[in-house]
Design a protein around this ligand. Structure first.
Ligand SMILES: C[C@@](CO)(OP(=O)(O)O)[C@H](O)COP(=O)(O)OP(=O)(O)OC[C@H]1O[C@@H](n2ccc(N)nc2=O)[C@H](O)[C@@H]1O
Ligand SMILES: Nc1ncnc2c1ncn2[C@@H]1O[C@H](COP(=O)(O)OP(=O)(O)O)[C@@H](O)[C@H]1O
Length: 300
């Protein structure tokens, strides 16, 4: 018996960040869009908890108990008083430490897969609670589609999306640590009063209409200056994508992956080719969204 699930990456079309909270997190208005780049997680009964991983970035993925997929299995097993004996295999296609929630995807995927394997009978709300304990982005990886995340990003409201948005993603030569980017955000903003983070009505309307030009005009990422400060070369990647005809260019979440919104798959191919030729990134991928959240691909 084994269970395989597929989990999408995300891009943040709006990331409004408030002041640091006493618990070290930041309040957000985080508009997530799931996109069609997927990790696949397979769980199989085993004597003890074990994680393996393959894919282009597999060497950067921890295989010990710090792996979010292992933590998810342990959290679910702990809640139901059973052994977490399971082999979790991650077929990784989402870039690691890229601001596309790859670790969160694996956490949400392992949780749903173990839940199906162990037939715990957990409700969706219980699974979402465990997701929120694992990380701020993990609940969104479970639900997919598009959603507004408030609080630290874990309190979700699903959003209407009226069409398919086409993207090019440029992967950088190294990763960026999410806590380091938030720390840099705090440093850059020292001494300024930050407004409450709120979702942009223009952006939500653009998503609901499925209008790429309106979305391009409304996207924003408050972490972008911090990511650029820690990784100045990303400015060259953003400029290369804009010059190639992208409707807009932004850093995805805490970066360093950069995201380029385009009108259609043909423009995606052209912008992807120009970005690669510019020599300003390690590799490029095209994907569209919204994509569904965790989906069971095979069980038996
Ligand atoms: C920035 C975002 C945007 O979606 O994603 P990435 O770009 O990393 O994928 C998220 O907020 C990342 O969420 P996630 O990666 O789950 O972060 P967590 O494990 O919850 O937190 C890691 C660390 O990031 C910082 N953090 C995270 C979320 C938040 N609202 N405020 C924070 O200050 C804290 O320093 C925290 O200790
Ligand atoms: N299953 C996992 N896949 C990738 N990274 C993981 C995983 N579990 C834990 N990590 C750790 O989380 C860090 C952030 O990775 P990731 O979630 O891919 O990036 P981001 O938070 O930028 O979206 C990695 O550097 C790695 O040390």
């Amino acid at each position: 018996m084994s269970v395989t699930v597929r989990v999408p990456a995300k891009v943040n079309v709006q990331l409004a960040v408030g002041a640091a909270r006493p618990d070290g997190f930041h309040d957000l208005a985080n508009v997530f869009l799931a996109v069609g780049l997927y990790d696949e997680i397979t769980v199989t009964p085993a004597d003890e908890l074990r994680v393996t991983c393959d894919g282009p970035d597999a060497d950067q993925v921890p295989l010990d108990r710090t792996n979010l997929a292992a933590r998810a299995a342990e959290a679910l097993a702990g809640r139901y008083g059973r052994s977490p004996g399971v082999h979790i295999h991650i077929a990784k296609d989402i870039p690691v430490a890229g601001g596309m929630a790859g670790g969160s995807a694996d956490g949400a995927g392992a949780l749903v897969a173990c839940d199906a394997l162990w037939q715990t009978g957990a409700s969706r709300d219980e699974l979402l609670d465990i997701c929120a304990e694992l990380g701020s982005d993990v609940p969104f990886s479970l639900v997919g589609g598009a959603a507004l995340g408030i609080g630290r990003g874990e309190q979700l409201t699903p959003l209407e999306v009226g069409g398919t948005f086409h993207w090019v993603f440029a992967m950088a030569g190294r990763g960026l640590s999410t806590p380091a980017v938030f720390r840099e955000f705090d440093r850059l903003g020292e001494g300024t009063d930050l407004p409450e983070p709120v979702a942009s009505q223009e952006l939500l309307a653009a998503l609901a209409k499925g209008d790429p030009d309106a979305l391009a005009a409304a996207v924003s990422n408050d972490l972008q200056p911090a990511a650029l400060s820690l990784f100045p070369e990303l400015a060259g990647t953003l400029a290369a994508g804009r010059a190639a005809g992208a409707l807009t260019a932004l850093v995805s979440g805490s970066g360093p992956t950069t995201a380029f919104l385009v009108r259609d798959p043909e423009s995606a191919a052209a912008v992807a080719q120009a970005l690669l030729a510019s020599g300003t990134c390690r590799t490029v991928r095209t994907a569209s969204g919204p994509a569904p959240g965790v989906t069971v691909a095979a069980a038996g």
